[in-house]
Structures are given as structure tokens and as C-alpha cells.
Design a binder for this molecule. Sequence first.
Ligand code: FPP
Length: 239
Amino acid sequence: MPKPTHIAIIMDGNGRWAKARGLPRVAGHRAGVEALRQAVRNAGDFGIPFLTVYAFSSENWSRPASEVSDLMGLLRLFIRRDLAELHHNGVKVRAIGDRVGLEPDIRAMIEEAENLTAGNTAMTLVIAFNYGGRDEIARAAKKIASAAEKGLLSPDAVTPDAFGAFLDTGGIPDPDLVIRTSGEQRLSNFMLWQAAYSEFVFLPCYWPDFGREHLSEAIDTFMGRERRYGGVAARDAAS
Ligand code: FPP
């Protein structure tokens, strides 16, 4: 199996990493941003064209207000501090998730990052922020229903491919590999549609400890897997 074109990561375990060190949760998130920085660099070095990271879920609003505000602050800081380097390295930045629910300055920063880097081709970093898979699918359905109501789209034209183009990830290939850290083994509303045929790698380490070796090992594990997409293995097809 060739190496993955698109790796998507559920960056889990910041809180437990901090707790294990007697630190406040925000310290775990800060360390998580550093691990994210390294992951982007390493994915670039390994020649991975698309990297998606789950930075804030539509369910994360239920956390204490101070933690929500810390996470918003970290996104602001990440864009402010890292955008120039990302751009310099040819990284195209895209955000997925519901922007309507975000504060106007954050929306503006996300748009600025996307516009500045739109022409870059070295690699695409997709940041899932205020993202939920069911919410994304429902918003796509709403857009489709509205286009159909206006007579712009025939219901018969709503195929899986056509539907996929209405998702926030329109134009981005499905993730080949989904990695989740911290030992939890679930999808947590992440890329429900897009992960239909993804391979999963679950790692015990907390996200702030995720380094180059972990990414390299996950890629190796992926390359050792066999994907059949509901069919049979190539070597068994003739027998
Ligand atoms: C899960 O850890 C992680 C998150 C909820 C957010 C991931 C965020 C970052 C890596 C930093 C923010 C990055 C940007 C770009 C804003 P958890 O808090 O659920 O950990 P726990 O399960 O151990 O409590």
C-alpha cells in the first residue's frame, strides 16, 4: 500500500497530559499546539499532501467557559504566530466546521489564512474548528435542499459524489488514515462521511507527546494494511 495522501488526526489527551503533571488543562492545550506545529512539519517532511486536525468540536462548547476561551485564544495565537511560516513553507490552510457560530474576529482570521495561502501547493493543512460531522452533513443537506427548491439542482442528481461536494471538505480527498491519540477508540463525530473507508490507528500516547516517531509508525502501520473498499483483495480476485 502506498503512503497515505490524507491523514486526519483526533488530537486527544491534552487534559490528561496536564493532569499527570499537576498542571492546569490550558497547559496541556498549549503543549498540544506545539505538537500540532511539529506534526505539520513532519507530515510535510514525509510528503503527506493533506493533514486534517480536529482542534475544536461543535460539542466542545459544553466545556467550562474559561477552557472554551483558552482554546479560542490558542487558535488566534496559532494563526497570528504560525501563518507566516506556514505560508513560507507553501502550506495551504483550510478550515472546516460551522463558521457562523464563531466570533467575528476568529472568522476574519480564518478567512485571512485561507486567502493568503490559497495558491500554495506544497501541502494542505485542514483545521477542523467548531466542527461536527453530523452538523456538517446537515448543513450540506440544507444547501442541497435550498438549491433544489430554487430549481438549480434535480433530486436525481444527488449522488454520493454530488453530496460530498457540498460538505465543508468539498475538493479535499477522503482521509486514508485517521489517527487518534490518548487510547480512546472512537470517532467522536469526526469526518463521519469522509472516514467511510479510512484506516484507523489508535495510539496510547497523549497528544502533546505525539512526535515524529509516532507519525512515522502510524504511516508504516497504514502501509502494512490492506484496503478492500467492500471488494476482495487483488490477489484473491482471480481465484
Ligand atoms: C483533546 O484533549 C483536545 C482538544 C479538545 C482540542 C485540541 C486542541 C489542541 C491540540 C490545541 C488547540 C489547537 C488549536 C489550533 C486551537 P482533551 O482536552 O479532551 O484531553 P482529555 O481528554 O485528556 O481531557
